[in-house]
Design a protein around this ligand. Structure first.
Ligand code: GDP
Ligand code: IMO
Ligand code: MG
Length: 430
């Protein structure tokens, strides 16, 4: 069996949670492979709207196993709150949630360091979610991080104190005020709670599932343009959000990866700092933000909005080897009469390019736009592709031509129901 990978092709918040939840009935296992509580994945069904941060989006189906992979950085305090919030839905995460012992732990001081470093950067700040992601991955790479499996060891407290002392020295040097006492108390309570879950050797667990013929979907967090290597560095997150991250973040061979599902919005959004060539700093951008409820699921911050950016999208498709595309939030563009797509970039010297320049952060880029008529009068009672307005089908045909990958799901609303399939193979067998 192969592992299918689902990931965002833009700057995050493409609607990954919705689609993983939608596709989940076809899979036996859903596995998160990177990121941590910086993610906010929204699921909507049966009148419920739920945001998941670290727990995979298959958790609402009791017959599906959910894995938090070794590539994730886990905050035990946020984890315990997330689990508590699931109990009211009669879910039993102790039975169908598994956590890799090799996942790194986010400590309270990682969160403080995130805030302290952001503060010290002033106008150069990344606009981090302040969840301690960067500092936790930094310690992983520095080979001083603590892992989930460490909490079972007797010397965990000693290792914790040793690392916290290092963090405190940095916090003092940055003149950052904090009080660790209460943070430590809630942290160790959460660690005790975490110990009661299935802590696993994820790589063997997945191998056994595959050998037993089970289907696995790997759920990405953030988006390809926030990737630590390929995003608009340094305005990125600290993990590989791209398909290769699924191999290292779960312990599977690259040859095990099957389909790569790439998700994008019919327009673009971005939260936090960094270049955004098609950004709309005007009333049109505000219209999209209001109609699309473009406010962060984790931080509540307003998302920056702009036109669909083809050079950036083609780049993300290339890096990930995307095999199928899913287009989200097409319903939102009904708020406009005309919409635009960026086909290429005009650079300061007057030349144009369809490639993402290395100097993206430093130069002025003018998007070269193509105009489309937007669509109106959506019929939400039909999930048949041919019932979509002609203008929307023209837009989709154009994009498929440009991107050379089929667009197989068109999402027309937050709910599971508002999902139009063009490939019956993707139909959930409920
Ligand atoms: P994720 O991080 O990729 O899982 O995405 P988020 O949950 O952060 O943000 C996507 C937002 O758009 C959520 O509020 C979803 O409920 C909502 N959403 C998802 N698909 C659609 C869609 O097709 N149309 C509309 N209007 N909203 C959608
Ligand atoms: P999901 O999984 C959108 C952004 C932050 C910031 C940058 C670095 O919901 O799509 P970090 O806290 O990771 O150090 O922040 O990355 N960012 C996201 N933007 N969706 C996300 O996750 C994000 N996770 C991080 O806003 O610009
Ligand atoms: Mg999100």
């Amino acid at each position: 069996m192969k592992v299918d990978v689902l990931l965002g092709l833009q700057w995050g918040d493409e609607g990954k949670g919705k689609i993983v939840d939608f596709l989940a009935p076809q899979y036996d296992v859903v596995a998160r492979f990177q990121g941590g509580p910086n993610a906010g994945h929204t699921l909507s069904f049966d009148g419920i709207k739920h945001v998941l941060h670290q727990i995979p989006s298959g958790i609402f189906r009791n017959d599906i196993k959910n894995i938090i992979g070794n590539g994730v950085v886990l905050d035990a305090v946020i984890f315990s709150k997330e689990v508590e919030a699931l109990y009211k839905y009669n879910l039993k995460p102790r039975e169908n949630l598994y956590i890799s012992k090799k996942a790194q732990l986010i400590l309270p001081t990682h969160r403080l360091l995130d805030a302290a470093w952001e503060q010290s950067k002033g106008t150069e700040k990344i606009g981090s979610t302040l969840k301690g992601i960067g500092p936790a991955y930094q310690d992983k790479v520095a080979r001083i991080g603590l892992r989930v499996g460490d909490i079972l060891k007797e010397n965990f407290r000693g290792k914790y104190d040793f690392l916290v002392a290092k963090h405190e020295a940095i916090l003092r040097s940055l003149k950052f005020d904090y009080d660790l006492k209460e943070l430590n108390r809630e942290y160790f309570e959460a660690i005790d709670f975490l110990k009661t879950f299935n802590l696993i050797n994820g790589e063997y667990f997945i191998k056994n599932e595959l050998e037993a013929g089970r289907k696995i979907i790997a759920e990405g967090a953030q988006g390809s343009l926030l990737d630590i290597d390929f995003g608009s560095y340094p305005f990125v997150t600290s993990s590989n959000t791209t398909a290769a991250g699924a191999a290292t973040g779960l312990g599977i061979a690259p040859s095990t990866i099957g389909d790569v599902f790439g998700i994008f919005k019919a327009y673009c959004t971005r939260v936090g700092s960094g270049p955004f060539p098609t950004e709309l700093l005007n009333e049109t951008g505000e219209k999209i933000r209001e109609k699309g409820h473009e406010y962060g699921a984790t931080t509540g911050r307003p998302r920056r909005c702009g036109w669909l950016d083809l050079p950036a999208l083609k780049y993300a498709i290339m890096i990930n080897g995307v095999t199928r595309l899913f287009m989200m939030k097409a319903d939102v563009l009904t708020c406009l009469d005309k919409i635009y797509v960026c086909e290429k970039y005009k650079l300061e010297d007057g030349t144009t390019t369809e490639e993402l320049p290395f100097e993206l952060n430093d130069i002025r880029i003018e998007p070269v736009l193509r105009e489309f008529k937007s669509w109106k009068n959506l019929d939400f009672t039909s999930n048949v592709y041919n019932d979509l307005p002609a203008e929307l089908r023209i837009y989709i045909d154009y994009l498929e031509n440009q991107l050379r990958v089929p667009i197989e799901i068109i999402s027309m609303g937050p709910d599971r129901k508002n999902t139009i399939l063009r490939n019956k193979m993707l139909a959930p067998q409920i």
